[in-house]
Write a protein of this length. Sequence first.
Length: 62
Amino acid sequence: MEVAEIRTLRDKVGVTSVVDKIREARIRRFEHVKRRIVDALVRKCENLTMTGVKGGRDRPKY
């Protein structure tokens, strides 16, 4: 099957891409946090400034 055939098949069946689903979940989570009151712990953590902390996890690349 060619790429075009696969895309038309997905459109006919109604399959959504995984990337779109992940994006929707991230947006949903972000909006959920933004709706909380300003005094909530999650909102307070947004405003913290971390000095001397690297972002992400350090893990070996194999």
